[in-house]
Design a protein around this ligand. Structure first.
Ligand code: HEM
Length: 156
């Protein structure tokens, strides 16, 4: 399977999990059940996305060449990604037991866990960006650029 599947999928995880949590918080603020329904569907899709994200990430890890410095960041990124997977699965299970509604019992704890889950997913995204844009993991260096392509013949 191609190792290029991780980048197009990660953004679904980040957006869907974050949207789910933000819809719930807005729902509590505005007292609208429709926002909690939106949060549930986003969480359902986000859970599928995080499973695919971690699976493709593990495949990308095997294919991506990297140096010692990038290795440390990759280990952190992986640990955060696996934690995000566990937290999202836990949140999804909790919510499924409440039939997709915002749980009545331990509501504040549920919201706290959901905010922490969002933070973990976002942190995973941050370190993923650090891997690619900070350490060039998965990036092939451009060879033999002409002065024209290096931008030496034009002004900004
Ligand atoms: C919630 C889980 C995860 C999220 C949100 C996530 C997010 C990201 C992001 C945003 C990037 C930068 C790519 C881009 O900007 O297009 C990236 C790259 C990368 N991630 Fe993840 N990631 C997750 C889990 C994992 C796991 C578990 C691994 C396994 C080691 C992994 C391995 C990689 C690798 C090797 C790259 C470098 C680019 C590539 O080869 O595709 N990721 N990740």
């Amino acid at each position: 399977m191609t190792p290029y599947l991780h980048p197009p999928i990660v953004h679904f995880t980040i957006a869907l999990v974050a949207a789910s949590v933000l819809f719930d918080l807005l729902g509590v603020l505005l007292g609208k059940d429709s926002l909690h329904a939106a949060a549930w569907w986003n969480l359902l899709a986000g859970t599928i996305a995080v499973i695919l994200t971690v699976a493709t990430g593990l495949l990308a890890e095997r294919a991506a060449e990297h140096d010692e410095a990038a290795h440390g960041v990759l280990e952190v990124h992986k640990a955060i990604g696996l934690t995000a997977l566990a937290m999202t699965l836990a949140l999804f299970t909790w919510r499924a037991f409440a039939k997709g509604r915002l749980p009545r019992r331990l509501r504040a704890l549920y919201l706290l866990v959901s905010v922490l889950t969002m933070g973990t997913v976002l942190a995973g995204g941050y370190f993923g960006g650090e891997l690619v844009f900070g350490h060039g993991v998965g990036v092939r260096a451009v060879q033999g650029l002409s002065p024209q392509h290096l931008g030496q013949d034009h002004k900004h």
